[in-house]
Design a protein around this ligand. Structure first.
Ligand code: UDP
Length: 321
């Protein structure tokens, strides 16, 4: 019998790649999404779609009653800057919404959940690469909501035997190579989507935030992980939950660092033209360097990233422009 997975937030950027992978791996997939930032067109053929909100407890309970074997929860507000200006939106959507999901799981005896967490739970790195034992000190409200949900998962594990895998993503980038997923974020805030808007003429120029960091070329270093590799980890995490019946918290990154300048240079090569940019002052709260130690994910899930070459990663974005 195929396992039936409810993917909440499955029409979004990462969610739609997860749905694609779960179908490829033989799961039955039900997508629940309010389409606030996702696109129905991005949901792979073969998945069943229900439009709904995680703040709608009644509808969540109804969906959860459909013999669900496991949940993947990716529905969240994710703009770091906005989370500092309007924390109440993040409290409601990310915190209340996630508690609604957990309550609906308990009501319907659904025991397994894969949660989309973030490296933002760590805050300023005290050392790199960051492993899961690194102190947890989020410096923005978004990161706090991710940690607070993890803490609730830990409590629900103890009290209700809900088993979870919390996946702490580093910088998610790229698109499926077969171009099946194309939906772009409106008003993107992240580096590569912004660069692509400049590359396609949608935006005039962009800024590199800071060139005086303590790194090889003075620009910030991040760990860019391809979304197809992230998606694969969700499928493996579900397999693990079903056989081990234990909870885990795992980093997902390549362990490789790439500077902003290296991203810009690699993009210029991939697209075959110069980009219009200038250097600006540092962005508040940006550490010099953030890279993942993802050894635990490799040990627990047998997961390893396939996309380790930044030009290849960038090509998968240029591919869909
Ligand atoms: N960045 C930049 N210009 C931009 C957007 C981002 O120089 O217009 C830098 C940012 O300072 C960081 C890196 O690119 O060092 C990645 O930023 P992003 O917002 O994509 O992800 P974050 O690391 O903040 O999660």
């Amino acid at each position: 019998m195929k396992k039936k997975i409810l993917v909440i937030g499955g029409a979004g950027y990462i969610g739609s790649h997860v749905v694609k992978k779960l179908l490829e791996d033989g799961f039955e997939v039900l997508v629940y999404d309010n389409l606030s930032s996702g696109y129905e067109d991005n949901i792979s053929k073969g998945a069943f779609f229900i439009k709904g909100d995680i703040l709608d407890e009644e509808q969540l309970n109804e969906v959860m009653s459909q013999n669900i074997d496991g949940v993947v929860h990716l529905a969240a507000k994710k703009a770091v800057g906005e989370s500092m200006e309007k924390p109440e939106i993040y409290a409601k959507n990310n915190l209340t919404g996630s508690l609604n999901i957990l309550n609906a799981m308990i009501n319907n005896n659904v025991k397994y959940i894969v949660f989309s967490s973030s490296a933002a739970v760590y805050g300023m790195p005290q050392y790199t690469p960051i492993d899961e034992k690194h102190p947890i000190m989020p410096i923005n409200y978004y990161g706090y909501t991710k940690r607070a949900i993890e803490e609730n998962l830990e409590w629900f594990d103890k009290l209700n035997k809900i088993r979870f895998v919390s996946l702490r993503y580093f910088n998610a980038v790229g698109y499926a190579e077969d171009k099946s997923i194309r939906g772009k974020e409106k008003n993107p805030q992240n580096l590569l989507p912004i660069i692509m808007e400049v590359a396609t003429g949608k935006r005039k120029d962009f800024s590199i935030f800071g060139n005086d960091y303590n790194t090889c070329d003075g620009t910030c270093i991040r760990d860019y992980i391809h979304v197809t590799d992230l998606a694969k980890a969700h499928s493996l995490a579900l397999d693990k939950l079903f056989c081990a019946d234990k909870s885990y918290t795992l980093n997902l990154g390549t362990g490789l660092g790439t500077s902003v300048k290296e991203i810009v240079d690699a993009t210029e090569k991939v697209i075959g033209k110069k980009l219009n940019y200038s250097y600006a002052s540092r962005r508040l709260g940006d550490p010099d360097m953030l890279t993942a130690n993802a050894t635990l994910a490799s040990e627990v899930l047998g997961w390893a990233p396939e996309y380790t070459d930044i030009s290849r990663i960038i090509s998968t974005i240029w591919n869909i422009e």
